[in-house]
Design a binder for this molecule. Structure first.
Ligand code: DGL
Length: 273
């Protein structure tokens, strides 16, 4: 038995949002084990500097390495945009983020070459989605819009609340006025707003979910590196969850969105790594 193949995938985010990525991995790669870390003590990353996000991500990667993960998925869009390239140079296991898979599919999806991007301020400001998309096709225009209010609204569970719809209209109007035909949900929380956003943007705009595209990219990566989990047997605890603060809220949120009953979340001191 190849021990590396049996090792878990490390998935991390600034908090609960990355569970949308873990969820896609669970659905698409049901035999893979996962160690998830949510940095609930230091969330949000979206309003922090590049240096800070790199420092936080580095500590989390060190922690995940103590869990003997075979590959790492940076589920956080902000950390993927600001820290992934730096971290990749520092470790010798495969690591992927959510930005590239989402950007590539968006470039293939647009017909009129006008893509809208919604995300945190840091993700939009980094221009990484735009850079990757324009590498695929320099003619494509990418119009970014930071939507910082979406994260707390999703965490409050106000997915279809009139207040959320009103705020979404304010954020999306400038993008729709520019005639986008593709919209990237460039933040971990936004796939949970998917059906409300779809109603707002209409049939003519295709939504791209980087969480789903990342699970597909992970599948290709595991195949390429011969790292796919081989056993078919059911494991009692295939998924383990760690946070840097307050397990209770995390566990409640996890149980509201995952196809898996999270019974235990462990709090660790991430500053020690
Ligand atoms: N997880 C973050 C992202 O996808 C959103 C929350 C935060 O700002 O930390 O960008």
């Amino acid at each position: 038995m190849n021990q590396r193949k049996d090792a878990p995938i490390g998935v991390f985010d600034s908090g609960v949002g990355g569970l949308t990525v873990a969820r896609e991995i669970m659905r698409n790669l049901p035999h893979e084990r996962i160690v998830y870390f949510g940095d609930t003590a230091r969330v949000p990353y979206g309003s922090k500097s590049k240096e800070t996000v790199i420092r936080y991500s580095r500590q989390i990667v060190r922690f995940l390495q103590t869990q003997n993960v075979k590959a790492i998925v940076v589920a956080c869009n902000t950390a993927s945009a600001l820290a992934l390239e730096t971290i990749r140079e520092e470790i010798d296991i495969p690591i992927i983020g959510v930005v590239k898979p989402g950007a590539k599919v968006a470039a293939l999806t647009t017909r009129n070459k006008k893509i809208g991007l919604i995300g945190t301020r840091a993700t939009v400001k980094s221009c990484l989605y735009k850079t990757i998309i324009q590498k695929e096709d320099p003619q494509i225009q990418v119009i970014g819009q930071a939507c910082p209010l979406f994260v707390p609204l999703v965490e409050e569970g106000w997915l279809k609340d009139p207040v959320t719809i009103e705020i979404a209209k304010r954020y999306l109007d400038p993008l729709l006025c520019q005639d986008i035909d593709t919209l990237i949900l460039g933040c971990t929380h936004y796939p949970l707003l998917r059906s409300m956003l779809k109603t707002l943007v209409g049939e003519q705009v295709t939504l791209v979910n980087p969480a789903y595209e990342t699970a597909k990219e992970l599948e290709r990566l595991l195949k390429r590196e011969h790292l796919e989990h081989e056993g078919e047997e059911e494991e009692e605890f295939p998924y383990r969850f760690f946070v840097s603060d307050e397990e209770e809220h995390f566990q409640e949120f996890a149980n509201s969105i995952l196809p898996y009953d999270v019974k235990m979340t462990k709090q660790i001191n991430i500053e020690e790594y």
